[in-house]
Design a binder for this molecule. Sequence first.
Ligand SMILES: Cc1cc2nc3c(=O)[nH]c(=O)nc-3n(C[C@H](O)[C@H](O)[C@H](O)COP(=O)(O)OP(=O)(O)OC[C@H]3O[C@@H](n4cnc5c(N)ncnc54)[C@H](O)[C@@H]3O)c2cc1C
Length: 376
Amino acid sequence: MTKTHADVIVIGGGLHGLSAALNLARAGKRVIILEKSWVGRHASGATAAGVRTLGRDLAEVPISLEAMDMWHRIDKIVGDDCGFHSHGQIRVAETDKHLVELNERNAKMRQLGYSHEEVIDRTELRRLVPTLAPHCVGAVVARRDGAADPHRALMAFRRSCEAEGVTIHEGCGVTAIERRGADWQVRTDKGEFTAPAIVNVAGAWAARIAALVGDDIRLGMKASMMIVTERLAPLLEPVVSVVGRSLSFKQSGQGTLVIGGGLQGAADLDTLQSAVNFRELAKGARAATELFPSVRDIRIVRAWVGMEAKTDDLIPVIGPSPNAPGVFHVFGFSGHGFQLVPVVGSIVCDLLVHGGTQRQIGGFKPERLMAQKAAA
Ligand SMILES: Cc1cc2nc3c(=O)[nH]c(=O)nc-3n(C[C@H](O)[C@H](O)[C@H](O)COP(=O)(O)OP(=O)(O)OC[C@H]3O[C@@H](n4cnc5c(N)ncnc54)[C@H](O)[C@@H]3O)c2cc1C
């Protein structure tokens, strides 16, 4: 069996694995990515690729705002604009009660010194989204938000990694991890790899990787569904979501509508099988046609399910293992990790290369999801 040594082993070839590897390689580390299937096989290939600061958990706001600045210069980071368009993201209120909720959130954000979210009235909403149903009373908008093309992003991050000397092993699932002196020995289907540091970015399977180094991290799973329709003439530019409904609605550069919003299908972590729940999906389609009556008769071309890890508090795990020296956990993005990709890779590099970071990541410690040891 072959044995390969590196400075860092990244477990998981999704966008967070690629971004971590890219930042580490640019800091001079020899990096290997081990990917069980192929790059982008799971959440990073199934994503809606919304690039959203709007409505973020307060713990995520600082890094999300930094990530947004990075998206606006993403071509400088990975040599491609990743299909990123900044037409804004809008969260619509259909009732006065929902508008009150949006105003309350907005007042809180202003108090904290954030100004990226802005409440707009019916007239401005109509100007931004003329095809929206007339009953909507107002909205909140983040004008610098937008959406990208996930496959272009995957290709751009992968190409940049390879240009920096990162070695990517696909079809190379990690099955065991053991401590050997100062190194971790990682066993896979395709031989052994050793390194003093590991980044666990294994998405929905990350708790299993954590368990291999002795960390018991509580983690759930999402099986979010998406719909893509036939191509249409230009209908809207911003990404639209709606208070109180599971709907995220946007039009891609190709003209297709990409409809999601977190409706759940079914998925199995062992067999890797997933299934669309058409009854649930119909709710998303109904919400879409109620908000955009002109799309009532269009055809759905494809629907799919993407698997991702979900934490109890719906914010990610980003930080060193408290038990396993040199192991860093980065997962649990709970359905909104695409936007964070550029900044989280840079944070991983801070932690691993410099031993700490100026970024505010205190709320993301793995310890908060780990079983408390019983008092003696
Ligand atoms: C349907 C859907 C819509 C979404 N929409 C948005 C959105 O609009 N905006 C947004 O910001 N976010 C969105 N997200 C979330 C976002 O896509 C994810 O947070 C992000 O892609 C996670 O990337 P990742 O690299 O952590 O995980 P993944 O891309 O899942 O990568 C993890 C990788 O680890 C590999 N792996 C697992 N176990 C092993 C092992 N033992 N050995 C080796 N490799 C292993 C897997 O094969 C997988 O490729 C969405 C997600 C889904 C599913």
